[in-house]
Design a protein around this ligand. Structure first.
Ligand code: HEC
Length: 134
């Protein structure tokens, strides 16, 4: 048997273990924080988002219609900011007649998108091990 076969196998296995270890031992990139949104409400909020077709004009994580701005991180502007747009509409955005509960659910959903992503990939920080930090 070619003596290089076991040597290559062992070195590749060692490289794999080492690489996995460096990836998963980096605790900062897998920080586990409790979510700052209500998980049940955000599920309902996704249905509200779909029901009123917000994605026709808005993007989430850069995907969707392009008439309005990306809303991935809009929850940072606060509940009343979003509520005002929903109630009054804007230039090319119709006013929506959501119930108070629907608005709350929708905002929880937008808090969840804010927690899980950023609308501008250019803002990502690239780490030494090839992972990204938002
Ligand atoms: C017909 C297209 C259209 C639909 C449908 C629509 N929007 Fe909009 N929306 C817009 C446009 C255009 C703007 C930008 C208005 C401006 O800045 O004058 C906007 C702005 C906003 C803003 C303010 C964003 C910011 O960063 O300032 C929020 C929040 C928003 N929309 C939420 C929603 C939600 C939630 C839905 C679904 C219930 C929705 N929109 C449906 C067109 C739409």
């Amino acid at each position: 048997m070619n003596k290089w076969i076991p040597i290559t196998f062992l070195s590749l296995s060692a490289a794999f273990v080492l690489f996995s270890w460096t990836l998963y031992s980096d605790e900062n990139s897998y920080e586990k924080k409790p979510p700052d949104y209500d998980p049940e409400m955000q599920k309902q909020g996704r249905l509200v988002w779909q029901k009123y077709n917000c994605h026709v004009c808005h993007q989430l994580y850069g995907l969707g219609g392009f008439l309005g701005p990306d809303l991935t991180n809009v929850s940072e502007k606060g509940f009343f900011y979003i509520d005002a747009f929903l109630k009054n509409g804007a230039a090319s955005m119709p006013a929506f007649e959501l119930t108070a509960v629907e608005t709350k659910q929708l905002v929880e959903f937008l808090k969840a998108t804010n927690a899980s992503g950023s609308s501008n990939p250019k803002d990502y920080k690239k780490l030494w091990n090839g992972m990204i930090e938002q």
